[in-house]
Ligand binder design. Structure first.
Ligand SMILES: *[C@@H]1O[C@H](CO)[C@@H](O)[C@H](O)[C@H]1NC(C)=O
Ligand SMILES: *[C@@H]1O[C@H](CO)[C@@H](O)[C@H](O)[C@H]1NC(C)=O
Ligand SMILES: *[C@@H]1O[C@H](CO)[C@@H](O)[C@H](O)[C@H]1NC(C)=O
Ligand SMILES: *[C@@H]1O[C@H](CO)[C@@H](O)[C@H](O)[C@H]1NC(C)=O
Ligand SMILES: *[C@@H]1O[C@H](CO)[C@@H](O)[C@H](O)[C@H]1NC(C)=O
Ligand SMILES: *[C@@H]1O[C@H](CO)[C@@H](O)[C@H](O)[C@H]1NC(C)=O
Ligand SMILES: *[C@@H]1O[C@H](CO)[C@@H](O)[C@H](O)[C@H]1NC(C)=O
Ligand SMILES: [Zn+2]
Length: 379
């Protein structure tokens, strides 16, 4: 009877308060496969690796995504902070992959005294990486591509979720446990293939700590922004979890200096959250001397298909009315010249000269005087 009572109590608790880590029994590349992560089941003072089972492709091929967890001292699961690092939700955006890998290699040496937990997903979108492009491929109805960074927190299979929606659902609910296993989230990107930038971030200053997080990055441009519905960042922020989206360099290129800068940033965050022992009793004071802070982006687009000749490079200041690009036809004639709509800074521009109508010839950051842009906008 006592046994039955306690069984009943634990079943009731199980339903109400959470679930144990679910090992499917599979092992992939020597790594155990799970369908649910409960941080309290992860070994303390170690870095663990898992594959999360997120669904099956048509025909039944299972889909797994790699997950790192660094746990520190036993009590720090409760008393310390929990940081999430994610990268490559867009399959061509690879600089962040190396940042996550390097942080977990470093954490191997710090877990003995680590005061908190770090969860890392180095490749959120293995399908996009496999297809060497941004989106997730779904094959039915002749196939289409989904931007996974617009479908968070996803849709369960029982509610009709498609593969990309299921991927988002499984990460949100079965790794981050519907946000309860994350206190701060950093999502790492680069511009899409064909575009170029240095280092910038989206940050929704309306939620406390987001501004501090963005400033710890010491980016070249800091975009105050209300966020994109369905993105990892905005899903965290709308659930009161401070988060930023970091954009670094070029798609499909590992840029060592930018990887170093973002790796250093993650270390400043680990320090700021007290997850690693601090070197100083004083909070780090970010160096923002090279950071351009702006509420507004304007994307200038081409009217024609042809070739874009840039007249301004990334991070160059621009004045209103300054020519920023020529669009040339196949014979080299200039079809149009594009002028900067405002005084500001070119923070992102095409690297690929071939262009089609409606595509970006350059993005300018500035502060709009429109009061509607106070929390950030894209015009
Ligand atoms: C993890 O398991 C513990 C009990 O072992 C439970 O209290 C907790 O709610 C679970 N957490 C999650 C996120 O499922
Ligand atoms: C564990 O995962 C298996 C599939 O891998 C699933 O059938 C089962 O319902 C899961 N159990 C729990 C408690 O989530
Ligand atoms: C661990 O982190 C928590 C939360 O930030 C903090 O309150 C606590 O002082 C830290 N403990 C140590 C030993 O650094
Ligand atoms: C996630 O948490 C929210 C409340 O914060 C709740 O409304 C929702 O049902 C939860 N989702 C799941 C899948 O449990
Ligand atoms: C890496 O990015 C920086 C900053 O945008 C740039 O100046 C540098 O040329 C890039 N390095 C390589 C090797 O591409
Ligand atoms: C703290 O100091 C150690 C040893 O000097 C150094 O390796 C580490 O990078 C420093 N951490 C931070 C966050 O500055
Ligand atoms: C734009 O406005 C923000 C405050 O919203 C301010 O911090 C920043 O310095 C301004 N940037 C420029 C270029 O004036
Ligand atoms: Zn992206």
């Amino acid at each position: 009877m006592q046994f039955l009572t306690s069984l009943f109590v634990s079943l009731a608790l199980f339903g109400a308060t959470g679930t144990a880590t679910n090992f499917t029994g599979d092992v992939v590349n020597g790594v155990p496969v799970i369908s649910y992560l409960n941080l309290s089941d992860v070994p303390t003072r170690s870095v663990s690796r898992y594959y999360l089972r997120v669904g099956e492709l048509s025909g039944g091929l299972p889909v797994h995504i790699p997950v790192f967890v660094a746990r520190g001292t036993p009590e720090s699961l409760e008393s310390g902070k929990k940081l999430s690092l994610s990268a490559a939700i867009h399959g061509d955006e690879l600089n962040g992959v190396r940042v996550v890998q390097r942080i977990f290699a470093q954490l191997e040496g710090q877990v003995e005294s680590l005061n908190g937990t770090v969860i890392g997903i180095p490749t959120v979108n293995p399908m996009g990486i496999y297809l060497n492009q941004r989106n997730y491929f779904t094959s039915h109805n002749s196939g289409w591509l989904t931007n996974i960074n617009r479908v968070f927190p996803g849709t369960a299979a029982v509610d009709g979720g498609s593969l990309p929606e299921l991927l988002a659902y499984n990460i949100w609910n079965n790794v981050w446990a519907n946000k309860s296993q994350v206190d701060v989230g950093i999502d790492l990107h680069t511009p899409s293939s064909g575009a170029e930038t240095s280092l910038w971030c989206y940050a929704d200053f309306r939620l406390p700590y987001v501004e501090r997080l963005a400033k710890l990055l010491q980016p070249d441009t800091l975009k105050i922004d209300p966020g994109e519905p369905g993105s990892i960042e905005t899903t965290f922020v709308s659930n009161s979890i401070p988060s930023i989206t970091v954009e670094m360099g070029l798609a499909k290129v590992w840029n060592a200096s930018l990887i170093d800068r973002v790796y250093d940033f993650v270390n400043r965050v680990l320090d700021d959250l007290d997850i690693v022992p601090s070197n100083s009793t004083q909070a780090y004071s970010p160096d923002l001397s090279k950071t351009y802070i702006a509420t507004t982006f304007h994307d200038s687009v081409s009217t024609y298909g042809g070739f874009v000749e840039q007249l301004v490079t990334v991070d160059e200041p621009v004045t209103k009315g300054q020519p920023i690009a020529n669009i040339r036809n196949a014979f080299g004639d200039i079809l149009e010249t594009i002028y900067s709509p405002e005084t500001g800074k070119m923070f992102q521009s095409p690297q690929d000269p071939s262009i089609e109508p409606g595509a970006s010839v350059g993005q300018i950051a500035y502060n709009s005087t429109d009061p509607e842009c106070a929390d950030g906008c894209i015009l």
